[in-house]
Design a binder for this molecule. Structure first.
Ligand code: FES
Length: 215
């Protein structure tokens, strides 16, 4: 990238923000962040299981169970959000243009190949951090203090980023910035890339989140 920062003044101001901007209740914080992330570009996925009639013990078991997500209606450039283990899991169908931004950013990222031991599944220790480059699956929770980043998919300044911004995500709490693979830029409050959950493709239209291969 060129020498001009891809980040806006807004990001610097976010970095200087007090932690007390975070809601005290972590659940509220989670859903506030999720709502922010969903706006404009994302939908909520239909997942299995979501069964209101379950007993408390069945619900507890289901809360940790793998979830199947139908991705057949996700258009290129769109992102949906599923819930797995109480966390938002983003499924982004990347366009060729989005994928083309990734190699341009490697020198600006804290861990471009996700080599930190024990953090990213082996199948995602690559530039695109996924099984299939077109599909990015990641937990939408910032590795700093747990806010949910917001999408900033448009390149350039139209979403308050800098002129060299290529698209990705901004965590509104303290200004951490991530690319389309959830890779965090250098010198951000967030110490790591966004987590990648275990998952695999059941077929061309369905992903199972929570397991990395059939049982
Ligand atoms: S929670 Fe602090 S930058 Fe994301």
């Amino acid at each position: 990238m060129s020498q001009e920062s891809p980040f806006s003044k807004e990001v610097v101001e976010f970095e200087q923000a007090s932690p007390d901007v975070l809601p005290d209740d972590p659940n509220r914080r989670f859903w506030l962040g999720t709502a922010c992330a969903v706006g404009g570009v994302a939908g909520v996925a239909t997942v299995i299981p979501f069964v209101a009639s379950m007993s408390p013990s069945e619900r507890a078991k289901a809360a940790g169970a793998p979830v199947q997500v139908d991705i057949s209606a996700v258009a290129p450039g769109q992102m949906i959000t599923a819930e797995w283990q109480g966390k938002p899991v983003w499924i982004l169908r990347r366009t060729p243009e989005m994928l083309a931004t990734l190699p341009k950013l490697n020198d600006d990222l804290a861990d471009p190949m996700s080599e930190r031991p024990g953090f990213t599944p082996e199948f995602a220790q690559n530039e695109h951090r996924s099984i299939n480059p077109e599909w990015m699956v990641m937990v939408g929770i910032c590795t700093h203090l747990g806010c949910s980043p917001s999408s900033r998919f448009a390149a350039g300044t139209s979403q308050g980023m800098g002129a060299n911004w290529l698209g990705g995500y901004l965590c509104p709490c303290h200004g951490s910035v991530f690319d389309f693979a959830g890779r965090v830029f250098k010198n951000m409050p967030a110490p790591d890339n966004l987590p990648v959950p275990p998952y695999y493709f059941i077929d061309d239209s369905n992903i199972l989140i929570g397991m990395d291969s059939p049982a």
